[in-house]
Design a protein around this ligand. Sequence first.
Ligand SMILES: [Fe+2]
Length: 426
Amino acid sequence: MTTTHTRMSNARVVDELERARRATLALLEPVTEADQRRQVSELMSPLCWDLAHIAHYEELWLLRALDDVAPTDPRFDDLYDAFRHPRRERVDLPILDPAGARAFAADVRARTLAHLATVDFVTDEPLLHDGFVYGMVVQHEHQHTETMVATIQLMGEGFAHPDGAIADEPGAATPAAVDPFATCAVPGGTVTLGTSTDPWAYDNERPGHTVELAPFVIDRYPVTNARYAEFVADGGYDDPRRWTDAGWAWRTEAGLAHPQFWRAEGAGTWSRLRFGRREDLPGSEPVQHVCWYEADAFARWADARLPTEPEWEAAAEGAPVAAANLGHRRWAPSPVGTLPATAGRWGAEQMLGDVWEWTSSTFAAYPGFRSFPYREYSEVFFGDQYTVLRGGSWAADPVAVRTTFRNWDFPIRRQIFAGLRLAHDA
Ligand SMILES: [Fe+2]
């Protein structure tokens, strides 16, 4: 067997590890110890649990798996295993306090860097090949940092994170005069999904394979707040014809009437609460904080549909990560039309970054899938209960965003930074 290697260097991995940690610590730095320790929402872990869990995962994969060292504390395998305790229970466990979590993370990191200096990525050992396991740990940290951003948003009026002020380059936030209904034709045919070659792609993105797609049309932009507000104004939340049976049941049980964090200000105007700040709803930004049921109902109301996962990936072909609004530089999605450099081959913009986009697909294994390096990353989530999101949000990091990347969640979840983009039959 011949094996190809990219030139993943130890220096690049050190950079990525350090960049992830800077982002995590910068996010937490302005948050009080009490706020890091408390349960903000039943849906979320205490922030200090996330930080120690990040460190525990790093110790597990970069020290114990690679170097066979003893755990810092054998109890951590229970306390920081996401499968053993639901998020709402973690606050009552004997977890490390914020200072203890920071010290644990720093200690693990120092030992990780020392061991990394001895590692060679040109190897057929699958964990180390092209630095895969380091990429997994880096992406894991960024994914938890995005989750922590969502926790901070759920603090509501209680905390205005100082980085949450929207800081754009001068003039950059001025929405271009664009048609939010603009569409792009995608020709279909034989398209490649997933990857067998991206060194840091997860098991669920593998292997690369081809599927046949009928031609279809996809919106150039994600659905904006202004378009979504029309759906609300038109009684979309009160019309069961727009909803699936399960969606209507959930809309009724949860009392959904508009996206999370919106507030009616009278006469068809809305405000939103964003990181402790109440502000006018920006009509040209992509809508976010809608669950799958809401996204699907909007699409029906608009006489359209959500794209399937293969359609989404085909439409995103060639979309450059570097141009995307990622990495919580701007603590909100960018107005549509302001990032033309994000366009992929078929002209759709802002497919990467801004908001996760709900697809119509449930989370399933690709043909030839092999669980790696552990079943609990992907395999245990395959099934009809999770729907797939694509593209990455403004709070996701570029290293954990690519056109093949698959995210998944329950169709009722809306604390995540998720919106939608419409597809249409050709
Ligand atoms: Fe995790």
